[in-house]
Design a protein. Structure first.
Ligand SMILES: CCCCC/C=C\C/C=C\C=C\CC(=O)SCCNC(=O)CCNC(=O)[C@H](O)C(C)(C)COP(=O)(O)OP(=O)(O)OC[C@H]1O[C@@H](n2cnc3c(N)ncnc32)[C@H](O)[C@@H]1OP(=O)(O)O
Length: 285
């Protein structure tokens, strides 16, 4: 069982609902549709233009995941993007630039919530990565059970934080190490590598590369294989494998938030994030 995580989820779910009421936006940033396969939902990320993680988007995402987790008709979720430009550009840099410590604290807590919700999900999660996926954007694939990437040179994937002058938190690093191994992670993380599809497959950060128009159908057929296993046996096994990694965050959440807030509040870090954002705005296609 997961008593610690279950406690956090209950408490944080209430916070999410309060926050959702605060945003009161009419835009639907997350679309959930039943798939053609019974018991499988398709969750589409739709925070245009690049699915960057704004606080509002994270909140909506967590609420939708929680609903699916609690709905006994669903056994698996395929997560994909409904934004033509990206699967996800990761943390919305406007949330961690030029704000105050209280905002950074709230933001980081919610990002942790998303990670815990995904990493400890009882459902089968498959990422159908149909666009570029950078840094925090990899949080979704790295916490999924299976990753399928579109075979397109624009579909780069990786934890490129160091290129922004920041470091990936340990709870991004740990799943990467679990997936691709220690040496490959050491290399990828320090250099902030963004892998094109063939290299992503070779290093193991994704499990399959297929033409873009086959990402969705492949995800469904992989899901069918996973759903052939009895849920209770798969869930127990998933939990056994993931709990030690998850516990590190559950036990050290507050310290992690404090470290993040003091790190991100530094003038030098703020300057390099602002420069990166300005460069993004210049490098228009
Ligand atoms: C000691 C303790 C340490 C603890 C940890 C400490 C620190 C960790 C702190 C933070 C961790 C953060 C992790 C992150 O996720 S940082 C974000 C990294 N993301 C990226 O590098 C991706 C950036 N984006 C891109 O590369 C491209 O946008 C992309 C390839 C996704 C799409 O390219 P395209 O050319 O099609 O589109 P663009 O014109 O570039 O983008 C459209 C529009 O969107 C804006 N934008 C893009 N990404 C972001 C973003 N992450 N945040 C905010 N805004 C973004 C872009 O500027 C354009 O805006 P506009 O000009 O149209 O207004």
């Amino acid at each position: 069982g997961l008593p610690d995580a279950a406690f956090w989820w209950k408490e944080r779910a209430t916070c999410c609902k309060v926050r959702a009421r605060r945003f009161g936006s009419q835009r639907q940033l997350v679309v959930v549709e039943p798939s053609s396969t019974a018991g499988v939902a398709v969750l589409k990320l739709k925070n245009l233009p690049v699915n960057s993680f704004s606080l509002e988007f994270l909140t909506e995402l967590i609420i939708n995941l929680e609903k699916l987790e609690n709905d006994k008709t669903f056994r698996g979720i395929i997560i994909t993007s409904d934004c033509p430009k990206a699967f996800s550009a990761g943390v919305d840099l406007r949330e961690i630039c030029g704000k105050n410590p209280a905002h950074y604290t709230e933001y980081w807590k919610v990002l942790q919530d998303l990670w815990l919700r995904l990493y400890l999900s009882n459902l089968v999660l498959i990422s159908a990565i149909n666009g570029p996926c950078a840094a925090g954007g990899c949080l979704i694939p790295l916490t999924s059970d299976y990753r399928i990437l579109a075979d397109n040179p624009k579909c780069l994937i990786g934890l490129n934080e160091t290129r922004l002058g920041i470091s990936a938190p340990f709870w991004f690093k740990d799943p990467l190490v679990n997936i691709i191994g220690h040496r490959a992670s050491e290399h990828a993380l320090q250099l902030g590598l963004l892998f094109p599809p063939a290299e992503a497959l070779q290093v193991g950060i994704v499990d399959k590369v297929v033409p873009k128009d086959q990402v969705q159908s492949t995800a469904l057929s992989v899901m069918t294989q996973w759903l052939a296993i009895p849920d209770h046996a798969r869930q127990l096994t998933k939990n056994m494998i993931r709990k030690p990694t998850a516990d590190l965050l559950v036990k050290h959440r507050d310290t992690d938030i404090q470290n993040f807030v003091s790190f991100i509040s530094r003038d030098s870090i703020q300057k390099s994030l602002q420069m990166y954002l300005a460069k993004l705005k210049q490098n228009k296609d």
